[in-house]
Design a binder for this molecule. Structure first.
Ligand SMILES: [Zn+2]
Ligand SMILES: [Zn+2]
Length: 451
């Protein structure tokens, strides 16, 4: 399997939503496994190939009829969380919801759609290469199978070539043959070296999951190509985000933390060596948090809040909201990555302070300090609550006045009312202090954010 250095592995993990400490002490081997497992998560592999090997013969070919979409659309996966980001970006007038060639996973997802589009246009051969052509992946889609009406399986032959290494004669002839047949034949996809690493890892891993006796038809020139398959790739599910991000240790290396930064009392380290190493990066945050006061607040998840509102709240409260991790296109099949409604929000920040937006419901404001319930009123009907979330909405939780101690709730509500420009929202520093609690900084505020 193609080796990837630690720095690149960490970057590829980050683009898939897994942030490990920069000097993590996980061995190369463990880190590499983490990369493969995360990539499996992004393919929702357990849904399509729960028990490898995959036997292509057991699926019927994908055909473009009423129920089946073009591969371009069927191979797409995104979740509800991404939908809201895309919507926000479009509302701001950005023509593209994200920047191309900066996020290897986003780029890979885009390339898979291009491949699907080629297949729809009856082009089967393609070449992915970076601008300088230092590395290329050649591929032919041999057939497309139907896992279910919304999930295609692309069977492929592939080979990677690196500049400076003599390609095999048959490969050169294969390229010439398909180039000669004109642009209708060979599709060209621009892919950064990082995206290619991700795709190559996916192809190599899936290759091992194919039934060994499966032998796709290949021409004499294709004897050096390996056989594999591609299934839809999208964002990691909520459960995986939580599982692969869990780190309560030293923020530099991941070892058990033994001390906190004595200035800000927030960042946790295993010892002096890691703390010294982190100082340059930590200094700006540390300075703005020095001597800060923190308030621990218990929360419930936003989904849980909606559930409770529907049960006890004012009439017309919306009962169901899609989990932000739920995949939009997994039609008719239960999404194994969907979070348990009683589970807490995943801790994707470890012990690192992060910025949250605290938002008061405008209807709540005048009732903020009213601690008494009207006769016959159930706690939820008072409805006073605050919504708290981070930029990526990896945490989205609610403080409910009726179930949060006043000593914790009121100082935060007052802070938003007095320091927020509109009195309705404010950006605050937060750290995750427990499974069901956040610590919010009540005096030192971060710079105002544009989200
Ligand atoms: Zn450490
Ligand atoms: Zn500090």
């Amino acid at each position: 399997m193609a080796q990837v250095n630690r720095e690149l592995t960490l970057e590829l993990l980050r683009c898939m939503g897994v942030e490990l400490p920069p000097k993590t002490k996980l061995s190369d081997d463990e880190l590499d496994k983490r990369l493969s497992k995360t990539l499996d998560g992004c393919q929702y592999l357990a849904r399509v190939v729960p028990n490898p090997p995959l036997n292509p013969v057991s699926y019927k070919p994908w055909c473009l009829n009423k129920s089946n979409k073009r591969i371009l659309h069927a191979i797409r996966r995104h979740n509800f969380g991404e939908s809201s980001v895309v919507y926000d970006n479009l509302m701001k007038g950005n023509s593209h919801p994200y920047t191309l060639y900066s996020d290897p996973l986003m780029d890979l997802r885009q390339s898979l759609m291009t491949m699907g589009n080629y297949w729809d246009e009856k082009r089967t051969c393609m070449m992915l290469a970076d601008e300088e052509k230092t590395s290329c992946i050649f591929m032919r889609i041999t057939e497309v199978l139907e896992f279910d009406p919304s999930t295609p399986i692309l069977m492929v032959l592939f080979r990677r070539e690196l500049r400076g290494i003599q390609p095999s004669d048959s490969m050169v002839n294969w390229m010439l043959l398909h180039e000669k047949e004109g642009p209708k034949q060979m599709g060209h996809i621009r892919a950064t070296a990082k995206e290619q690493h991700l795709l190559l890892r996916l192809l190599e891993r899936n290759s091992e999951r194919l039934l060994p006796t499966y032998k796709p038809k290949r021409t004499a020139l294709e004897r050096d190509l390996a056989s594999s398959f591609i299934i839809p790739v999208g964002p990691l599910g909520g459960r995986e985000v939580a599982r692969f991000n869990s780190n309560d240790g030293c923020c530099v290396c991941g070892d058990p933390a033994k001390s906190k930064c004595s200035r800000c009392n927030v960042k946790r380290y295993c010892g002096a060596v890691c703390q010294k190493e982190d100082w340059k990066a930590h200094r700006p945050t540390c300075t703005s948090l020095q001597g800060a006061k923190w308030q621990t607040v218990p929360f419930i998840t936003y989904d849980k809040h909606l559930q409770m509102m529907a049960r006890h709240g004012p009439p017309g409260a919306i009962a169901v909201r899609q989990s932000r991790y739920e995949i939009v296109q997994h039609q008719g099949t239960s999404d194994e990555s969907q979070g348990d409604p009683d589970a807490s929000a995943p801790n994707t920040h470890g012990s690192t302070p992060f910025i949250v937006k605290v938002q008061l419901n405008s209807a709540d404001v005048h009732k903020l300090l009213d601690t008494t319930l009207l006769p016959g009123q159930k706690p939820m009907q008072s409805g006073v609550s605050m919504l708290i979330y981070d930029r990526r909405r990896s945490i989205e939780v609610v403080l409910v006045k009726s179930i949060c101690p006043d000593a914790a709730f009121i100082p935060i509500a007052e802070l938003v009312k007095t320091r927020g420009p509109s009195g309705l929202k404010l950006f605050c520093w937060a750290t995750r202090s427990g499974e069901w609690s956040l610590d919010l900084c009540t005096d030192h505020l971060p710079e105002w954010q544009q989200w």
